[in-house]
Write a protein that binds this ligand. Structure first.
Ligand code: SAH
Ligand code: SF4
Ligand code: F3S
Length: 480
């Protein structure tokens, strides 16, 4: 496959643009007869990296493929189409993908008809596409986050015209509704409420890879949630880079508080949402969470740093004092709420004292869980241009120190649960011990207990007997 058709390449400068207009398009995907003929008896394998937005995209790409007749492969080694759905948020995310692209060469050598594709956030960067085209000649198809709706046309070009195709747009043109999807679970589901991000935190690539913040219409979201309810789903998670700013761009008075209230009324047993930027977290949102029993009392509230100087350099738009006041308000209005966070250590020129402010924040908030990261410079972001005087060794030491500080607050929050009974949504058979089942409490604590796989997808009562930092051991409580 020598010829390469480059339809469009992304540009980071262009991707900053927030003034372009976009539309709502209600799609009706009908694959061509040629593609259906080609797909007959063929299988696909998708590997997704990164966040929930990417996992939801995978479900849509799978939905599109299955419309043509492709079936999911039971193993990558016998798939006819292999797609890597990539993440660009940190350097190590990209390294993992490069490792995997390298491994895929063997599949192509074994069977030259295998189609290998790349999509997702990583390919929204021109230098990555150039590197892939030069170094990994076995990649046949590259498309971006803004043209998933065109994926079947691009695949058809590769499959039938036998050309390589690259089509990555810098900017989104519309919100594409009604795309088919194959959900990965039949009891918990992700529902996009908004795409993109306008916050432009100085370290972050997401506003460039995912584009302008754009909200789905409330009626389209509610329709999707009602369908999930009718299918018997037990949990929905509303997804957006900043769920709290949902609706602002619609300019018709729609807010996240209103949406959340309406979603809760549909009565799916568990409603969750991700991610909340502290800046837009208004008290009416807190009131709605407090009001409904089926909105989980679990809030992911990324703090990133406890130092005001670093927060300012990060462009986070709140001070440590404002963040603490928000946490106090949430804890006062929502008894028993669990708060989790994201933290970055080693931002350019972070001093040890500034790092200690982050440790103090951890001690103040007493997070129930946390995701911690070492700062990773991202090409094209403002922070990547800052001179950095913190060594990698110092960054790793701070990271270790932070993990210890977090364990000190997370362990007691788990210990407190021992002896009590909690509702657990059962998800899987435990990996370590096949006689154990694993699931999550309302506040997102991982629980293992002896049970039967028939419980998967059910909400059961579990009494907690033992606590570890990151998981709990319990026993099923007989409800009869
Ligand atoms: N929209 C979400 C975050 C999406 S990215 C929010 O604002 O909360 C998930 C997390 O990755 C971020 O919260 C941040 O902690 C981390 N992250 C993003 N860019 C990073 C970078 N360049 N280096 C290290 N961590 C980063
Ligand atoms: Fe990135 Fe900040 Fe947007 Fe989150 S809010 S996606 S960290 S720019
Ligand atoms: Fe990664 Fe893109 Fe999500 S960069 S974290 S997959 S929005």
């Amino acid at each position: 496959m020598a010829k390469c058709d480059i339809h469009s390449l992304p540009n980071m400068e262009e991707a900053r643009n927030r003034t372009t207009k976009f539309d709502f398009e209600y799609e009706n995907v009908i694959p061509s007869d040629d593609l259906k003929k080609y797909a007959l008896g063929k299988t696909y394998f998708i590997r997704t990296y990164g966040c929930q937005a990417n996992y939801r995209d995978e479900e849509i790409i799978a939905g599109l493929l299955e419309k043509t007749g492709y079936k999911k492969a039971d193993d990558i080694s016998n798939a006819d189409f292999i797609l890597l759905n990539t993440c660009a948020v940190r350097e190590n995310a990209e390294q993992k993908v490069y490792g995997m692209i390298g491994e895929l060469k063997a599949f192509k050598t074994k069977n030259k008809n295998v189609i290998i594709g790349l999509c997702g956030c990583m390919v929204q960067q021109k230098h990555i596409i150039e590197h892939v085209l030069k170094t990994y000649r076995h990649v046949d198809l590259i498309f971006g986050t803004h043209n998933i709706h065109q994926f079947l046309n691009l695949l058809e070009e590769v499959a039938i015209k036998k050309t390589k195709v690259v089509d990555v747009k810098s900017l989104p043109d519309a919100i594409h509704e009604n795309l088919p999807s194959v959900r990965s679970s039949n009891f918990k589901a992700f529902v996009n409420i908004a795409y993109g991000c306008d916050k432009f935190c100085t370290y972050c690539i997401v506003p460039y890879t995912r584009g302008k913040e754009r909200s789905r219409k409330m009626e389209d979201i509610l329709k999707e949630v009602r369908e999930l309810k009718n299918f018997g789903y037990k949990e929905v998670t509303l997804l957006g880079e900043n769920v709290n700013s949902y609706g602002k761009d619609l300019k018709d008075g729609t807010t996240f508080a209103k949406l959340l209230d309406e979603v809760a009324k549909i009565n799916i047993p568990r409603v969750r949402f991700l991610t909340s930027h502290p800046w837009d977290f208004t008290s009416d949102i807190i009131d709605v969470i407090a009001k409904h029993d089926n909105i989980m009392k679990y809030i992911h509230l990324p703090v990133q740093s406890g130092s005001d100087e670093i927060l300012h350099l990060m462009g986070r738009r709140y001070t440590s004092k404002q963040y603490k006041e928000l946490v106090d308000l949430i804890r006062n209005k929502i008894p028993g709420v669990a708060i989790s966070t994201d933290i970055i250590v080693g931002f350019p020129n972070e001093t040890y004292e500034q790092f200690l402010d982050t440790v103090k924040m951890v001690e103040y908030v007493k997070y129930e869980s946390a995701f911690t990261f070492i700062y990773s410079p991202r090409n094209g972001t403002p922070a990547a241009k800052m001179v950095d005087n913190v060594t990698n060794k110092e960054k790793s030491q701070r990271f270790q120190e932070l993990v210890k500080a977090l364990e000190k607050t997370i362990s007691p929050s788990s210990e407190k649960m021992v002896g009590n009974v909690y509702d657990v949504l059962v998800e899987t058979v435990s990996e370590k011990d096949k006689t154990m089942m694993s699931g999550y409490t309302e506040t997102n604590k991982l629980v293992h207990f002896k049970g039967d796989p028939s419980l998967i997808g059910e909400i059961v009562k579990v009494k907690i007997n033992e606590s570890h930092t990151y998981s709990l051991i319990g026993e099923l409580v007989d409800e009869r």
